[in-house]
Design a protein around this ligand. Structure first.
Ligand code: X90
Length: 277
């Protein structure tokens, strides 16, 4: 019984991952260049080029065909997509899953709508990996992952909402208040998987304290945390230390945002996905 895990590239998972996750790439598109968010993408270079570029930039989700290519020839496929509240990726993944099952009787495919991005997608993938190794049926895994999802959440500290606003993913009014130097927005997701900015914080230290308070208020009690940063390892490291000071035994890791998350989260931002009660 071959089980394949897949995700779109908003999960920041490259082909070196230990779970065997295959990634379907989103794209970052300007008038000059198309950046494909795969292993080969030089994220730092993309960020530098985009900083110098003054024209329009946008993004595109993987097509139905690209999702299907990621499925390969597995008996069971489980996928995780960036929030359907902001992207067409989940929809494309679902069509791919339906066609995959129609074209290959006996095979099964299921896509989870993360209603989130990046590190929360990683938590879901890690749980799927665990469930896949436990000898459960397809239906049991589908039920178990949706149940687990009720106990995960994402908080973000963003240094700019410019690209989100320019691409219609948050209102320009909300975005403007964050454009000021040193202001970070700390927020989470709505049940529909859109952004819910909660606090404007002056400076990085305040943003971290706020995020910690938000996590505790959401029921974080020392479970797994998956952190990612957009070209700012020192920021993620500081937040990691803050968490470790409070929960020395917690399973916490730091990863890098790849192309899609870096484009929208922007330089200096960090994301924290965690398990809660
Ligand atoms: O289909 C596409 O073109 C992709 C559109 C994605 C838009 C949003 C990406 C957000 C990336 C920003 C901070 C966390 C937001 C939480 C989302 C619910 C990261």
């Amino acid at each position: 019984m071959k089980i394949q895990l897949v995700a779109d590239s908003a999960a920041n998972v490259t082909s070196q991952n230990e779970m065997g996750v295959v990634s379907a790439a989103l794209k970052i598109v300007t008038d000059k260049t198309e950046y494909v968010d795969n292993d080969a993408l030089d994220v730092a270079r993309m960020v530098a080029e985009l900083k110098a570029y003054k024209g329009k930039s946008t993004t595109a989700c993987p097509s139905v065909q690209e999702w299907k290519e990621a499925f390969g020839d597995a008996d069971m496929v489980f996928g995780v997509a960036i929030t359907s509240g902001l992207s067409g990726s989940y929809n494309a993944g679902c069509i791919a899953a339906r066609e995959y099952m129609e074209e290959n009787p006996g095979r099964k495919a299921y896509i989870v709508d993360s209603r989130s991005t990046g590190p929360e997608m990683v938590l879901l993938l890690e749980k799927l990996h665990e469930l896949a190794g436990a000898g459960l049926s397809f239906e049991e895994i589908c039920t178990a992952i949706e149940e687990y999802h009720k106990h995960t959440r994402l908080y973000y500290a963003l240094s700019s909402l410019d690209n989100l606003a320019k691409n219609g993913r948050v209102s320009p009014i909300v975005a403007k208040a964050v454009g000021l130097l040193g202001i970070r927005v700390v927020g989470t997701t709505t049940p529909e998987g859109t952004l819910h900015p909660e606090h404007k914080c002056r400076g990085e230290k305040k943003a971290m304290e706020q995020m910690l308070a938000c996590m505790v208020a959401s029921g974080y009690k020392g479970g797994k945390v998956r952190l990612t940063h957009s070209c700012a390892p020192e920021v993620a490291e500081k937040f990691f230390q803050l968490l470790k000071a409070n929960w020395p035994n917690a399973d916490i890791t730091i990863g890098e945002d790849r192309g899609l998350c870096c484009f929208y989260a922007e330089e200096g931002s960090f994301l924290s996905a965690f398990e809660h009660e």
